[in-house]
Design a protein around this ligand. Sequence first.
Ligand code: IMP
Ligand code: MG
Length: 176
Amino acid sequence: MADKITTMYTEEEVNRRIAELGAQITKEYEGRSITMVCILKGAAAFACELAKRIEVPVEMEYMRCSSYGNETESSGVVKIDLDLDRPIRDKNILVVEDIIDTGRTMHYLIDVLKNRGPAEVKLCALLDKPDRRVTDVNIDYTGFVIPDKFIVGYGLDYAQKYRNLPYIGVVEPGTD
Ligand code: IMP
Ligand code: MG
């Protein structure tokens, strides 16, 4: 049996919400610029769409990290696989992440970034799964707060599949 994917938010709903976030961020950063730190791979689609909706200057930077753990839960031991290639001293950092689940990855990463002397570090997440949280994380901008389901699409994967879906769905793994 193939994986079953049920739509949770359509492409239109996601894009509308991202436009709202972009407008809010534009207002709150008026007169300043943003250094966006996109967390690969999951946040790539979201970060591109969000950056297009922000009307103050945006620099785009990328990081990739992995966390030891099993397939569906991170352990909190986070490894930076791809680091920023520039200093962030005095920059207004906006970390863009796909989903905050246990919170372990962002808790660690935000600490790492804060230790590099930026002016500030804020966090924007497309999805927030608060039921699963084990570590406190302050999310400054949230797309959607969702129940404890496994999500794919709009950048999010299940075993590296479905990142290219233009909508957000819940996956029920099949047997093939
Ligand atoms: P955390 O450290 O538990 O908050 O891990 C967050 C990371 O786990 C995200 O960046 C995703 O890569 C992954 N993740 C958590 N929940 C989901 C999901 O529902 N679908 C796809 N990836 C997820
Ligand atoms: Mg991720």
